[in-house]
Design a binder for this molecule. Sequence first.
Ligand code: NAP
Ligand code: ZN
Length: 348
Amino acid sequence: MSTVNSYAAYQAKEALKPYQFERREPGPHDVMIDIHYCGVCHSDLHQVRDEWGGATFPMVPGHEIVGKVSQVGSRVKKFKVGDSVGVGCMVDSCQECASCGEGLEQYCEKGFVGTYNSKERDGKTPTQGGYSTKIVVKEDFVLKISPRLPLDKAAPLLCAGITTYSPLRHWKVGPGSKVAVMGLGGLGHMAVKLAAAMGAEVTVISSSNKKKEDAHRLGATHYVLGSEDETFKKYNRYFDLIINTVSASLDLNRFLGLVKRDGAMVLLGIPERPEPIHPFPLVMGRRSLAGSLIGGIKETQEMLDFCAEKGVASDIELIPVQKINEAYERMLKGDVRYRFVIDIASLK
Ligand code: NAP
Ligand code: ZN
């Protein structure tokens, strides 16, 4: 066993504090990673506050993990000591069901093992995330990071990147597509960069005017406010796809009117409370309302390679772990440009 330093929530809604725990020795198929950076996702905040229910404590959050391989098990084939690697939201799955067979481990029919706030396949051992100095992960759930990507700016790709890349690919976004991104936060800014890199025309729908210049710099053509009537007149039935990353409850009925006939709104944000949907905006235009969960391992590798090739990475604010509680407060106010990333050197 190795003892690791971390930051954990000891109880729901409490500030995170230093915590030490043990990581297992790498088994034959495991890789041990020295964590260099870990992104801060709004899902970390939802979970440490137990907004989705069923949270277990102490909880070490963090599922945007990057670092270097420090040890490999005897049967590991794809990795060697010193490789730059990443770990996202999953560390295991049944690897037998139809979804796993198709490389869609996030929809594992037996339930995937989350990187934290979850249990290993033994059903007992709690998993702990990346606000920590080391992690041990089965090689099948470890991603390769190209030396062309700066490690700190690559960390958010492991969740924010893949969560937005996967629906853009699934709904076949490309040149000529009109894509709207609701909410310009961690996920939202990656959605803008990725959709623009795929050749789409991108519109940001934000709750304030504060991020307009940034949106254009990130690749958006238009920037509109979700609170203005003008938006709903001008962009009525305009978009092929709306990627909704808003972390709070919102009346979606009105926004569905912005979707073209046969288009879709994909929900990525998972707010604490639901909002009612009326059938009318769906029926009038054969529109779809869908959801999408992160992405499978194969697609995550594809996304990382796409980002390396296109020079896409996250806009980050690097923080020491000691600032994590402040970072959560700022994230709640939408005050992050555009992802906090923890420098894990601050834990050593
Ligand atoms: P984030 O960085 O906090 O960004 C959320 C953005 O939503 C904010 O920047 C803000 O953008 C907008 N927003 C927040 N509160 C709002 C309100 N009351 N009204 C209107 N707009 C509001 O969060 P994130 O890390 O991108 O995560 C976004 C959501 O996706 C979270 O619910 C998270 O749990 C979820 N998530 C889902 C998956 C998945 O697999 N489906 C994966 C990761 C995260 P503006 O300032 O532009 O308005
Ligand atoms: Zn996440």
